[in-house]
Design a protein around this ligand. Structure first.
Ligand code: PLP
Length: 390
């Protein structure tokens, strides 16, 4: 099997599992308890906090553990909106955010906030000009993701955060796809809030964190026993936090070399795939995640391609999201200006650090065969002309 769906989730690293195991077995104390036995769990939790903070160039007290990226995004948006709702009710989100952000935005709309989507260009970038144009005196929050999960485009966050701050707004970035894959430094980015999720970088599922810059206005989302210094209640997931810290530290040890290798393999695949007629790369050609290559193929459905790849032992994903509840193509592909018929034929390949050149060659060859086979069966493909009939 070739697993090329690391943007969906990653394999738990053996180091993360080893680091977690004691807190799932012997050292099971509740970190909030006072006796010595619980102290071990408490120390591990705080150690994990320190490690995650160091990896992001944050302070330990600025890291709050959550149940993952979705919760971190929900908390960032709702927490700021509630804290600043009296000052202003205008919120800006990029049009290509994950649904964890977009659906929270829709919920805030129902609560009386004015939520506007920032457009992106045809490579999926939010331009500084677009943000400047959309900012208003009553804008309290701007949320733009660091790297997109479907097309891999990396945003100019430093510039966007500075513009938001000049306008008096708080800046959140969903860095779920970026952390552990490209350098992420909260000071350099200048963000107030940043979401991350462990299972995207070989940590366990169901654990993440929100970086909250000291002093950033943010009310709690989850109320209860007052854990995480009263800001995120719920008995702490010690093993999860420890696993996340171990995985992140391990990723960063080889980050530069992995990025260089993955970028070369990604670009090799892109070069091979773009030789197919009526195929295109989605997202920015160079300012993109090293691990993500995403394409559209005219006249065929992304789902059909995925099923055929699956039959050949290749796990990939499609942005066209014809899920059980929707036949709409991906909002990301529509936002970069692709028409429906083209957006329906999308495929995303996201590699892990263990991918080999041979694997990439196999993926390229299989993809070419599958695309050609499906086009031969497609009622909207003119085989003689080598292009769609429309
Ligand atoms: N944000 C982005 C950009 C993502 O890709 C994902 C997961 O796919 C999430 C948020 C949600 O993270 P989690 O699965 O940890 O809830």
């Amino acid at each position: 099997m070739i697993y090329a769906d690391n943007a969906a989730t990653t394999r738990l690293s053996p180091a993360a599992l080893a680091a977690m195991t004691p807190y799932l077995t012997e050292a099971y104390g509740n970190p909030s308890s006072l006796y010595t036995f619980a102290g071990e769990a408490k120390a591990a939790l705080e150690g994990a906090r320190g490690t995650v903070a160091r990896c992001l160039n944050a302070k330990a007290e600025e890291i709050f553990f959550t149940s993952g990226g979705t919760e971190s995004d929900n908390w960032a948006l709702r927490g700021v909106a509630e804290a600043l709702g009296k000052r202003g009710r205008h919120i800006l989100l990029s049009a290509i955010e994950h649904h964890a952000v977009l659906h929270t935005g829709q919920w805030l709309k129902k609560q009386g906030f004015e939520v506007e989507l920032l457009p992106v260009d045809d490579q999926g970038t939010v331009t500084p000009e677009a943000l400047k144009k959309a900012l208003r005196p009553d804008t309290v929050l701007v949320s733009v993701m660091l790297a997109n999960n479907e097309i891999g485009t990396i945003q100019p966050i430093e510039e966007l955060a500075a513009i938001a701050h000049e306008g008096g707004a708080i800046f959140h970035t969903d860095a779920v796809q970026a952390v552990g894959h490209i350098p992420v430094d909260v000071q350099a980015l200048g963000v107030d809030l940043l979401s991350l999720s462990a299972h995207k970088f070989h940590g366990p599922r169901g654990v993440g964190a929100l970086y909250v810059k000291k002093g950033a206005p943010l009310l709690p989302l989850i109320h209860g026993g007052g854990q995480e210094r009263g800001r995120r209640s719920g008995t702490e997931n010690v093993a999860g936090a420890v696993g996340m810290a171990a995985a992140l530290q391990e990723q960063l040890e080889t980050l530069e070399a992995d990025m260089a290798r993955l970028t070369a393999l990604r670009d090799k695949l892109i070069g091979e795939v773009l030789r197919l007629p009526c195929s295109r790369l989605t997202g920015h050609p160079t300012r993109r995640l090293p691990s993500i290559a995403s394409f559209t193929f005219e006249a065929i459905e992304g789902e059909s391609i995925l099923l055929q790849l699956d039959a050949r032992g290749i796990c990939a994903s499609s942005g066209s999201a014809c899920s059980s509840t929707s036949l709409e193509p991906s909002h990301v592909l529509l936002a970069i200006g692709l028409p429906h018929p083209i957006a329906h034929g999308s495929v995303r390949l996201s590699f892990g650090e263990d991918i080999t050149e041979e694997d990439v060659d196999t993926v390229a060859k299989s993809l070419a065969e599958v695309v050609n086979d499906l086009r031969m069966m497609s009622p909207v493909w003119d085989a003689a002309a080598g292009k769609p009939i429309w």
